[in-house]
Design a binder for this molecule. Structure first.
Ligand code: HEM
Length: 381
């Protein structure tokens, strides 16, 4: 079905987009196109880079005066204390996580932001907070949510992700029992499912870490490079060639922003619908170098409104990657199945098994949770 939709679009070279999706980059007023924080609360300033000292001071203060110098949720978030005890006293269960999922889902739509949804930037936050993993040293990964601290937030690759972190901040206040690292990864799951993607199995249990646990900058992929770089970066996380391609299909969502990465434009005509169109367009469209004074990127010959990064284009330049791209272009179901499994694994990189055991304590049955979309919940009423 998706292949049919895309071939129609390609045949006519007319962007077919849902009402809220802006068809051509040029039609977007600059101020709106680059607005990154409409309705988003201001970032919370890091309280202190030396959290351990403060933690000790705060604990001392408890001993002396009987109450905290630093508010409890902040202190807890530094050291990963949330014990998942909800306001009702019990450990968080399926229904509590579904509530958080729903609260995230309700934040997504905003016609003033980009193409009408915060979904894409939430997917990018979930992936960037996990994609720092290094299997040799077992460092980085989604456990810790260390992008709250200046070192990781300031990594050039993370430019613009404050929009996603700030969006989720009120939910951390509303559900103080969930760790930032669980909240951010659940944000990616909710965004993908709400935008029409596959069900992503997800397990709770990630624990926030103090700033000392921040991995070094420079572990995320550099879009200006090619196939060998992709392999270096993703093999380091423990993925293979097929999984690199499946994960790259995440670029069906969202767009590049000149004021964040320097690149410009969306990959597909429907950047807030999760489909296999990234692969369809990559193999079926003709691409040429974009003529502009920005960084090298590819542009579609037909409409000059779509883009591919050098790393995206590398997926059809490399014979091994290309075979998988062709498979996913033909078979959306296969892409959805493979994406769900590899994205779920990505979100668990660096999380010790005992964390998931602890996270499962409040659940009725062991194993990953699967969430109902808001539309499914509405339909079953
Ligand atoms: C393969 C290596 C990858 C590279 C080099 C890369 C690079 C980039 C760049 C340069 C941007 C534009 C950022 C901006 O200007 O706002 C971007 C956006 C995005 N990336 Fe990737 N990415 C990669 C993999 C992934 C993966 C694995 C996912 C998820 C599965 C993903 C999901 C996204 C999404 C959803 C956006 C849009 C964000 C928005 O609209 O704000 N990317 N990526």
């Amino acid at each position: 079905m998706a292949a049919f939709r895309t071939s129609l679009r390609l045949a006519r070279h007319v962007p077919i987009a849902p009402a809220r999706v802006l068809p051509a980059r040029a039609a977007i007023p600059a101020v709106r196109a680059f607005s990154t924080g409409a309705g988003v609360p201001k970032p919370e300033a890091p309280k202190n880079s030396n959290s351990s000292i403060l933690f000790v001071l705060a604990l001392a203060a408890v001993g002396v005066s009987g109450y905290f110098l630093v508010d409890e949720p902040t202190l807890a978030s530094w050291v990963g204390l949330p014990d998942r005890t909800t306001g009702k006293g019990g450990l968080a269960g399926e229904a509590d996580y579904q509530k958080v999922y729903n609260a995230i889902a309700n934040l997504l739509e905003n016609e003033k932001y980009d193409d009408g949804s915060y979904g894409p930037v939430l997917v990018r936050l979930a992936w960037h907070s996990s994609g720092t993993y290094d299997k040799e040293t077992n460092t980085g990964g989604s456990n810790g949510a260390t992008m709250r601290y200046p070192l990781e937030a300031g990594d050039g690759a993370n430019a613009g992700l404050e929009a996603a972190r700030n969006l989720l901040e009120p939910l951390k206040k509303k559900f103080p029992w969930i760790s930032y690292s669980d909240l951010w990864t659940l944000g990616g799951v909710a965004a993908i499912q709400e935008l029409g993607g596959p069900v992503i199995p997800w397990r709770p249990g990630r624990q926030d870490a103090p700033p000392e646990k921040t991995p070094p900058n420079g572990r995320l992929p550099d879009a200006a490079q090619g196939a060998q770089h992709l392999r270096n970066v993703f093999y380091r996380m423990g993925f293979n060639d097929q999984e690199i391609v499946a994960l790259s299909g995440g670029h069906v969502l969202g767009r590049c922003h000149p004021n964040r990465s320097g690149f410009d434009g969306p990959w597909t005509f429907s950047p807030i619908s999760f489909t296999n169109d990234f692969f369809n367009l990559l193999v079926n469209e003709k691409w040429e170098p974009k003529k502009w004074d920005g960084p090298f990127q590819w542009e579609d010959v037909g409409t000059h409104t779509l883009m591919m990064l050098p790393t995206d284009y590398a997926l059809i330049e490399d014979a091994s990657f290309k075979k998988t791209v062709q498979k996913y272009a033909k078979d959306e179901e296969l892409f959805f199945k493979d994406f769900a499994s590899v994205f779920s694994r990505l979100l668990e990189l660096g999380v010790p098994a005992e964390n998931f055991d602890a996270g499962a304590k409040g659940l009725e049955k062991p194993g990953p949770l699967t969430f109902k979309t808001t539309a499914e919940q509405e339909n079953s009423k």
